[in-house]
Design a protein around this ligand. Structure first.
Ligand SMILES: Nc1nc2c(c(=O)[nH]1)N[C@H]1C(S)=C(S)[C@@H](COP(=O)(O)O)O[C@H]1N2
Ligand SMILES: [Mo]
Length: 204
């Protein structure tokens, strides 16, 4: 029997099969964690740009961005402060959809996500492709609130949630890894919750 058939049936019958990464506890709230004040971005001023190692940079206005195909995502999320939240309900645009609209240069290996307000965080390019990352616009059926990163935030659920930049405004493709805001302060360059990679010392 193909394993995908088995997995689908298994998940439908047991939707509550969730796992906690090491050192995490489950919360039903949605805590807000912001390193600074919440920026308020007027939608007619909002832009998202793909830049760096691309043949031509690509910039979307809010209106253009909202014309892109959207999908539902229901990931479990894991914050380095040890809360995890199961089955969060998002709607947004897959990074794969965005990447279809640029030609990456062959040496692009990493991405720096930058936010309104100055926050940055780094990720390997492979970790934002193939369905692994999206720009969240709707949370629980409502436009994403400013506190949680509205109007638009990056969501990369398989890494600790500090990699999910709120108020995102650009993704810069890079040849070499560079630390972002928390990474410069001693947090892990990668942040795999399943390996408890909280601090730089936890990286292999
Ligand atoms: N721009 C920006 N993005 C950010 C942060 C931030 O301070 N600024 N905090 C990060 C951290 S540490 C976490 S745990 C999550 C928190 O998201 P939430 O406030 O929606 O729970 O956002 C991440 N993205
Ligand atoms: Mo966090």
């Amino acid at each position: 029997m193909p394993s995908s058939f088995f997995n689908q049936g298994f998940q439908r019958k047991r939707p509550s099969t969730h796992k906690l990464p090491p050192g995490q506890y489950e919360t039903h709230d949605f805590p807000v964690l912001s390193a600074g004040p919440t920026p308020r971005i007027a939608l007619d001023k909002w832009t998202l740009t793909l830049e760096g190692l691309v043949e031509e940079p690509k910039k979307w206005s809010w209106q253009e961005f909202n014309a892109l195909p959207q999908q539902d995502f229901n990931p479990d999320i894991h914050c380095v402060t040890q809360w995890s939240k199961f089955d969060t309900k998002w709607r947004g645009v897959s990074l794969d959809t965005l990447l279809e609209q640029v030609r990456l240069k062959p040496d692009a290996r990493y991405v720096m996500a930058s936010s309104y307000g100055g926050y940055t965080t780094n990720l390997p390019l492979a970790d934002v492709r193939e369905g692994k990352a999206f720009i969240g616009l709707i949370y629980d059926g409502q436009p994403l609130t400013p506190e949680h990163g509205g109007p638009a935030r990056l969501v990369v659920p398989h890494l600790y949630f500090w990699k999910s930049a709120k108020w995102i405004t650009s993704l810069r493709f890079m040849a070499d890894d560079e630390p972002g805001f928390w990474e410069r302060a001693g947090y892990s360059m990668y942040g795999d919750p399943w390996k408890a990679q909280r601090y730089a010392d936890d990286d292999e």
